[in-house]
Ligand binder design. Structure first.
Ligand SMILES: [Zn+2]
Length: 446
C-alpha cells in the first residue's frame, strides 16, 4: 500500500471517530439544568439536526429530557443516559423547574385568563413542569397537557436533590417505601402533620428522611412542601448561559422564553395564605332561614365570592370544604395549621329565638393572637348599609379556641330574622359583605 492511501485511511478513521462522538454529551451539560418537555404525541429523535438524519427512537408527549444544545431549530437532548439525539424544537417546550400544585381541583385553562376554557383539573400535590409565566398565570405541562394555571397555587420544587426542603405529611397515614413504587416494600409509616426532609424527588414521589431516622419513598401528593423555602428558589436568577440558549428558541419557534418565576406587580396580599371556612356542610346544614334557605349554602356562596376577591389582591386562598361536603371542626382547624394560614376566617349566619335580633357580629377567642384581626373588621363592616354592625365580641367557638393561627368567626346576619334572611340571600348583600371582608383582611396586612 502506498503512503498516500494510509494517510487517506487514517483521515477517514479520524473523521468517523469525530462524527460518532456524542455531540454535547460532555462540556456544558450538567451546568444547565434546562429540560425539554415533549409537546406532541409522538416525535422522532434523530441522529442529526435535520429530517434527512436517521431516526433513533420515539419520544412522547409529557416526557422530559435534558437539553444539551439548540441548533437551527433543532434541540439536542439526552434521550437515554449518555445518548443524545435531535428533536425538532417546535415539538418541545423548555422547562426549568417543576412546581407543586397547592390546591385541589386547580383549573387548567387554555389561555392565561379567567375566561380561558377549562381543559382539565390538577390535584393538590401534583407536580407539573413550568414553561413560563405571564402576569398572574403560569404555563405548565401536566400529564402531557399544556395549559395555564393561576400562579398563586404553585410552589417551586426541584426535579432532583432538593436537599434543604422540608415537607409536611397531609394524609392521616402515609406508607414509606423502599423504592418509588407502590409495589415496593413498605419500610415504615408517617402520620398527618409529620415533618420530613425531602432528599430527592421523582415524578410523583419524594425520598424523605424523618427525624426518627426513618427514610424511604412516599407519594408526593401527600406531602406539602413548606412554602417559605420555595420562595427562596423563585428568587434565583436564570444563568446567562440559559438565556443565549433560549434566544435560539425564540427565533425558531412560537414559544418565547420568560424568566421563570418573575412575578407580576406586587399585590397587597401576595404571599399571604387565607383559609376560608364556609360553616357547616354535608349532613350538617347549620341553621335555616324562615324562608327555608340553609346556612351551609349561604356560607359556601359567601366563601366563593370572597375567595375571588382575596385572590385578586394576590392572596393564596384555601377553602376548608369544596362544595357541600361535611368537614369536622378538628379537620377545619388542621387545614389552617397545615397551610400555615396567615388568617383563618370562619363564615356563618346566625339564629336566635328572638326574631327581632338583627345584624353582623365578629367573634375572636384569643385576646393576643386574634383580636387585631377581629378589629380590622370593625370599620368596613360598620359601613355596610344593609345590616347593622353589632361589634367585635369574645366567642368560645371550637374553630377559634383550638386554632393556633390568627382566626375570627363572622356571623353575617340572622336567619331567624325575616328581614335579615331576605337581605343576606340577595346578590347585592353578598357582594357588599364580601367586599367589606376583603377590605378588612387587606387593612389587617397593610
Ligand atoms: Zn353556623
Amino acid at each position: 500500500m502506498r503512503r498516500g492511501t494510509w494517510l487517506a485511511l487514517l483521515f477517514c478513521l479520524l473523521w468517523l471517530a469525530a462524527a460518532a462522538w456524542p455531540v454535547g454529551a460532555k462540556g456544558e451539560s450538567g451546568k444547565t439544568a434546562q429540560l425539554a418537555v415533549v409537546t406532541a404525541d409522538r416525535v422522532n429523535i434523530r441522529q442529526g439536526p435535520g429530517v434527512p438524519y436517521r431516526p433513533l427512537a420515539n419520544v412522547h408527549r409529557g416526557e422530559a429530557y435534558r437539553l444539551m444544545k439548540v441548533k437551527d431549530g433543532w434541540a439536542n437532548i439526552e434521550w437515554k443516559p449518555n445518548r443524545t439525539g435531535w428533536i425538532a424544537a417546535r415539538y418541545v417546550a423548555l422547562a426549568k423547574e417543576m412546581a407543586v400544585v397547592q390546591e385541589n381541583r386547580l383549573r387548567l385553562r387554555q389561555e392565561p385568563s379567567r375566561d380561558g376554557r377549562i381543559i382539565g383539573h390538577l390535584a393538590w400535590g401534583e407536580t407539573v413542569w413550568v414553561i413560563k409565566e405571564d402576569g398572574e398565570w403560569t404555563e405548565v405541562i401536566a400529564d402531557g397537557t399544556i395549559g395555564w394555571v393561576s400562579s398563586a397555587y404553585l410552589t417551586a420544587a426541584r426535579e432532583s436533590s432538593i436537599s434543604h426542603q422540608t415537607g409536611i405529611v397531609t394524609a392521616s397515614s402515609l406508607n414509606v417505601r423502599a423504592e418509588p413504587s407502590l409495589k415496593a416494600a413498605r419500610v415504615g409509616r408517617l402520620v398527618l402533620g409529620d415533618e420530613v426532609e425531602i432528599v430527592e424527588t421523582n415524578p410523583g414521589w419524594y425520598k424523605i428522611a424523618a427525624r426518627t431516622g426513618l427514610d424511604g419513598w412516599v407519594a408526593s401528593a401527600y406531602v406539602q412542601v413548606k412554602s417559605g423555602q420555595a420562595n427562596e428558589k423563585k428568587a434565583e436568577a436564570p444563568q446567562s448561559a440559559d438565556r443565549s440558549l433560549l434566544s435560539a428558541f425564540g427565533q425558531s419557534g412560537s414559544r418565547r422564553y420568560v424568566d421563570s418565576w418573575t412575578r407580576g406587580p406586587v399585590q397587597v396580599l401576595a404571599g399571604k395564605t387565607i383559609v376560608l371556612d364556609a360553616g357547616h356542610g354535608g349532613k350538617d346544614g347549620g341553621t335555616q332561614s324562615v324562608g327555608g334557605a340553609m346556612e351551609k349554602t349561604l356560607t359556601m356562596e359567601t366563601a366563593g365570592r370572597l375567595k375571588e376577591k382575596l385572590e385578586a389582591y394576590g392572596a393564596r386562598v384555601v377553602l376548608t370544604r369544596e362544595g357541600d361536603a361535611y368537614v369536622s371542626l378538628p379537620e377545619r382547624v388542621d387545614i389552617a395549621r397545615l397551610h400555615r394560614a396567615d388568617a383563618f376566617i370562619s363564615l356563618h349566619y346566625d339564629s336566635v329565638a328572638d326574631r327581632q335580633v338583627s345584624g353582623v357580629t365578629v367573634y375572636y377567642y384569643d385576646r393576643f393572637a386574634d383580636y387585631g384581626l377581629a378589629q380590622s373588621f370593625e370599620d368596613p363592616l360598620s359601613r355596610l348599609a344593609a345590616l347593622p354592625f353589632r361589634g367585635v365580641a369574645f366567642g368560645d367557638y371550637y374553630v377559634l379556641r383550638e386554632n393556633d393561627r390568627p382566626s375570627v368567626l363572622l356571623e353575617l346576619g340572622y336567619l331567624s330574622n325575616r328581614s335579615d334572611a331576605a337581605t343576606v340571600a340577595t346578590d347585592d348583600y353578598q357582594e357588599a359583605v364580601t367586599t367589606a371582608i376583603a377590605d378588612a383582611v387587606r387593612h389587617y396586612f397593610e
